[in-house]
Design a protein around this ligand. Structure first.
Ligand SMILES: *Cc1c(COP(=O)(O)O)cnc(C)c1O
Length: 395
């Protein structure tokens, strides 16, 4: 959906964010596509009903509300099509099950989102799909892990806990030579900062719960595919009866319109916080690819247009009690899962629990921060006071 006078494909990212998927003239000039609540769609006559040619036929299979979001995301990703799923995790499983059959082998990054790992090693395993894990730094070396039945590679770059950047182009080149699909979790960068399909990815998904929605109020996943994978994705998604309620789709579309400016602010503030953290004596390591000190900074710079608001750091002290004292007393950072909203968040996490191909041997505690849209000086002061509490316990 979009007005004919626009040439979206040649437009810039911010223009696409503002205009893609909208067609005001179809809705009496109203800027936003209305929220269509509907299961049944009626037909003017039996002939039309039997022809299958009416644009909308049944609520589960889409409406102008869902098309607006899907079309806007397809324009951003340069995709053949996009489907909507009820959560980011269902986007992971939808991407995987669209292309995998019984007897297939899946290669998954060791840094991938943990619940996706769990789904692969339990449910997919039950259906005869075998998963093995690879070092996210593997690049073209992934060739050695290919088996005759390897059908897909699941990448996530950077890993959303440990922030390794993957050489997506090199991995895609190998995978395509083996006739396998490349799938990418692009939740961290979004197509504003990295367009997976331009780097050889066949299916790119996001937990749009995060930056697309942007306001910590809706669960939704989105999956975009290139021409090679679109039919498989569309067929699987339709067959499994996946759909998202129109109010949630509307809120996700509303969030998308401002995602570019929000991301720019997240990037600016996160880089300031990351740089400040690097200068702190309590910090052993900051994990944020936009920092020149990050081991994958060159790769990030080559492939990405920016960085979002999520980063981690490792404390020098291994004391969990010291970290609890720091985090429990934070005033602007909430303690909570998820991220991508307007507000700042912190968690403490242990990557050891979800690694099999690589070893995480940092002695300190890993703290992940989401840097929200607050004044960055307030956030830094909050963290500085937190380090005082940490030092009081760690000594
Ligand atoms: C949150 C998240 C998911 C899952 O999304 P939900 O909407 O919470 O189900 C998947 N991948 C990444 C990287 C995430 O951060």
């Amino acid at each position: 959906m979009s007005d004919d006078k626009h040439n979206l494909s040649s437009a810039g990212t911010f223009t696409k964010l503002s205009h893609a998927g909208r067609a005001p003239r179809e809705f009496h000039g109203f800027v936003n596509t209305p929220v269509y609540h509907g299961s049944t769609v009626t037909f003017p006559d039996v002939e039309t009903m039997m022809s299958g040619r009416q644009k909308y036929q049944y609520g589960r299979r889409g409406s102008p509300t869902t098309d607006t979001l899907a079309d806007a995301l397809s324009a951003l990703d340069g995709a053949a099509g996009t489907v909507l799923c009820p959560s980011g995790l269902s986007a992971v499983t939808t991407a995987l099950l669209s292309v995998l059959d019984a007897g297939d082998h899946l290669l998954m990054s060791d840094s991938a989102y943990d619940p996706g790992r769990y789904a692969a090693t339990t449910v997919l395993n039950r259906f005869g799909i075998e998963t093995s894990f690879y070092d996210p730094h593997i690049g073209a070396g992934i060739e050695a892990h290919f088996k005759p039945n390897t059908k897909a590679v699941l990448t996530e770059s950077p890993g959303s806990l440990t922030f390794e950047i993957q050489d997506i182009g090199a991995i895609s080149e190998v995978a395509h030579r083996h006739d396998a699909y490349v799938i990418m979790d692009n939740t961290w960068a979004t197509p504003v900062y990295f367009r997976p399909l331009d780097h050889g990815v066949d299916i790119a998904f996001m937990a749009s719960t995060k930056y697309v929605v942007g306001h910590s109020d809706v669960m939704i996943g989105t999956v975009a595919a290139n021409a090679r994978a679109w039919r498989k994705l569309h067929t699987y998604h339709g067959s499994m009866g996946l759909c998202v309620g129109p109010d949630d789709v509307y809120l996700a579309t509303r969030g998308l319109r401002t995602m570019g400016v929000r991301l720019a602010r997240h990037f600016e503030s996160a880089l300031k916080v990351a740089t400040w953290l690097e200068g702190r004596p309590e910090v052993a390591k900051v994990l944020y690819p936009a920092l020149p000190s990050h081991p994958d900074h060159a790769l990030w710079k080559r492939d990405f247009k920016g960085a979002s608001g999520l980063l981690s750091f490792v404390t020098r002290t291994p004391s969990l009690d010291a970290v609890k004292a720091m985090l429990d007393g934070l005033s602007w950072f909430g303690l909570g899962y998820s991220w991508g909203g307007f507000e700042s968040l912190a968690i403490v996490a242990d990557p050891r629990k979800s690694r099999t191909a690589t070893k995480w041997d940092e002695p300190g505690q890993l703290i992940r921060l989401h840097i929200g849209l607050e004044d960055v000086d307030d956030l830094i002061a909050d963290l500085a006071a937190g380090f005082d509490r940490l030092n009081a316990v760690a000594g």
